[in-house]
Write a protein that binds this ligand. Structure first.
Ligand code: ATP
Ligand code: MG
Length: 340
């Protein structure tokens, strides 16, 4: 049997180029060697989008299109809608007993997201505990490997802690996962902020038309002190160079541009024009494939429906073992125990 992977995305918007280098590419590469499950995490998206259920629903299909466009193959990878697997919610409830509020408060990613979203003490409880529901996602599928961006490392650590605690307390039924960080641990935003995010308005989406990409690149943050072409410029903390590092396959050319920019004499307009060519070389073919799949929404829906059905079967196996380990298997042969 192949080892398992579980990854996923929150359908809070279409996917961006940070996802591509942060996790999509490693998923595409690994889908042949691993039994791969990709979660369309609509339940998690609702933790901070509960007022916009329609938006989350629409984005499930958008994200599925992004998956197909980048080369995730439904014959290799199973696309699962999280809300279609209620076992995950059930596991979450059991795992909540195994973590403390003070430990959850220390999660650095959740901490910074709470600050970023301005939640303060009014953070929705569901959002606050989402690392626990992520532990449920991962363990429901018995995943050994989880390809993620760097911001998700605390979630994998939290999952491993829950797994160890559960296995010690009840019975050794859960699999301890490890994280696999992609080619680029964290792609910065167009605005120079540390992370490109769907929800920060600082992203180039895989589905952006070419003129939109051009507009975004032209407006990108660069070194604010690089006022005249002949001035020396900073490449560190400059997202233009971070993107060149991530997307330009010609390393020697990037090194040359970097040196020229730092020395002075290379203007922002010129580097950005080059960056746009580089990005288009990647995005052009993705855009074309995406448009092709978008012409067959019924087929995309069928892929997601069938994937969710298979995903639920896998989760049901875990659920039975968990219920047994927790002495909750009252009616061992009955339907009520199998989760319907
Ligand atoms: P949101 O703003 O709604 O949280 P997001 O852009 O952070 O959206 P997620 O769906 O939360 O995207 O993340 C999905 C996966 O993509 C995670 O593994 C995450 O680490 C990775 N990822 C997201 N943004 C980046 C980025 N800028 N660089 C590298 N990886 C990223
Ligand atoms: Mg996120």
């Amino acid at each position: 049997m192949k080892p398992r992977i579980l990854t996923g995305d929150r359908p809070t918007g279409p996917l961006h180029i940070g996802h591509l280098v942060g996790s999509l590419r490693s998923r595409v590469r690994l889908q042949h060697e691993f039994d791969t499950y990709v979660l369309l995490a609509d339940v998690q998206a609702l933790t901070d989008h509960f007022e916009h259920p329609r938006r989350v629903r629409d984005n499930v299909m958008q994200v599925a299109l992004d998956y197909l466009a980048v080369g995730l193959d439904p014959r290799e990878a199973t696309f699962v809608v999280q809300s279609g697997v209620p076992e995950i919610a059930e596991l979450t409830v059991f795992y909540l007993n195994l973590v403390t509020v003070s430990h959850l408060r220390q999660n650095p990613t959740v901490k910074s997201e709470i600050a970023q979203k301005g939640f303060g003490e009014s953070v929705p409880a569901g959002f606050f505990v989402y690392p626990v529901s992520q532990a449920a996602d991962i363990t429901a599928f018995g995943a050994q490997v989880v390809p993620v961006g760097e911001d998700q490392l605390p979630m994998i650590e939290q999952t491993a802690e829950i797994v160890r605690r559960f296995n010690r307390l009840y019975a050794p039924v859960l699999v301890e996962p490890r994280a696999l960080v992609g080619e680029v641990a964290r792609l910065p935003g167009l605005d120079g902020k540390a992370k490109m995010s769907k929800s920060l308005g600082n992203a180039i989406f895989l589905s952006d038309p070419a003129d939109e990409v051009a507009r975004k690149v032209r407006g990108m943050y660069t070194d604010p002190n690089h006022l005249r072409v002949e001035d020396p410029g900073r490449t560190e903390g400059n997202p233009v160079f971070a993107y060149l590092d991530a997307f330009d396959p010609d390393r020697a050319r990037v090194a040359e541009l970097r040196a020229h920019y730092e020395r002075g004499g290379l203007g922002d307009v010129k580097v950005k024009r080059h960056l746009l060519d580089v990005l288009e070389a990647t995005l052009g073919p993705i855009r074309e494939r995406r448009a092709e799949f978008a012409r067959h929404p019924d087929e995309v829906e069928a892929v997601v429906r069938e994937g969710t059905r298979r995903g639920r079967e896998v989760a049901a196996v875990t659920m039975r073992a968990v219920r047994e380990a927790m002495s909750l298997d009252y009616f061992a042969d009955a339907e009520i125990n199998a989760g319907g």
